[in-house]
Write a protein that binds this ligand. Structure first.
Ligand code: ADP
Ligand code: MG
Length: 280
């Protein structure tokens, strides 16, 4: 399966949660990523990494500039065609959207849905069959025994890895992954990033990952983009990302550069909806 190329031309956009009058989180940013490339995006908190992924993934409309994915100019398409295009992306937010009470198998097979018909979709969600790809994806993240577990009974790190395993089950040609390691210890983090890279290379999909861990980025990705204040600070082969460049990128944020591991974020699933109690 060929990956999708990405081309941003002078793109500006606000954070998805920002007010209409808020300043742009990404400003006049131009960037080309070839089909099948693996790229890490690093930079201090607030640099615009999440906003950038959302712009690339057609989840967020830019205020100006153009976003091209593959051979199309995204925001010149009709909304139904954009919706179809999003079905060719796998976007993994930092907090995986795993509904409580769902079983891991169902959460994973939902990743295949864009490629299934409505009847197949319903059948798959009600009675999961063909669990082979889901099982294989879990094995890549050392979660082989979790297929039939409920997602809300997993640890935060296990949930985060299930969120990543979804990509391996999906038919997507562009993987956009936002800080995938925030709830993982260093060993699990390396294992998870290697699983993603190995599988992306094998399939030829394009992989863009934002990372808090600079060393993981340098050791595993051929190309690193440094983002600061919504603009490119550098875009270099990883061997050219020197300590000096990192010091400039993280100036006034040195603690983020020297942290061995980021603070574990709470990625507990959302609370279950309140039960409706009928009173007589
Ligand atoms: N919830 C929010 N509401 C409004 N503005 C936000 C919010 N989160 C972030 N921003 C703004 O968007 C900028 C970029 O944020 P983000 O894309 O999340 O950066 P990163 O992922 O690099 O931490 C921030 O510097 C801030 O100005
Ligand atoms: Mg972010």
């Amino acid at each position: 399966m060929p990956g999708l190329s990405v081309s941003l031309d002078e793109v500006s956009g606000r954070h998805p949660a920002a007010r209409q009058d808020a300043p742009n989180a990404i400003s006049d940013l131009s960037l080309q990523i070839a089909a099948g490339e693996q790229v890490a995006v690093i930079g201090p908190s607030g640099a615009g990494k999440t906003t950038l992924l959302q712009l690339v993934g057609a989840a967020l409309k830019p205020n100006s500039g153009s976003v091209r994915v593959g051979d199309v100019n995204v925001w010149q398409l009709s909304s139904s065609v954009i919706q179809k295009l999003r079905g060719r992306f796998f976007y993994a937010p930092q907090v995986p959207p795993l509904p409580p009470r769902q079983r891991v198998v169902t959460a994973l097979l939902a990743g295949r849905l864009p490629s299934l018909s409505l009847a197949q979709t319903l059948a798959q969600l009600i009675y999961p069959r063909d669990v082979g790809p889901a099982q294989a994806a879990l094995e890549s993240f050392d979660l082989a025994d979790k297929l039939w577990h409920r997602v809300d009974r997993l640890s935060g790190g296990e949930r985060q890895r299930v969120g990543l395993a979804r990509g391996l089950v999906s038919p997507a040609e562009l993987w956009l992954i936002d800080e995938p390691l925030s709830a993982l210890d260093p060993t699990r983090a390396r294992q998870a990033i290697q699983a993603l890279i190995t599988e992306a290379k094998r399939r030829g999909v394009t992989l863009i990952v934002t990372l808090h861990q600079v060393d993981v980025a340098r050791q595993n990705f051929p190309r690193i983009i440094g983002l600061r204040d919504g603009a490119l600070a550098f875009d270099l082969p990883s061997a050219a990302v020197t300590q000096e460049k990192l010091s400039v990128l993280y100036a006034q944020h040195e603690h983020e550069l020297t942290e061995l591991a980021p603070p574990a974020i709470d990625i507990a699933p959302p609370p279950e909806p309140a039960k409706i109690v009928h009173c007589r």
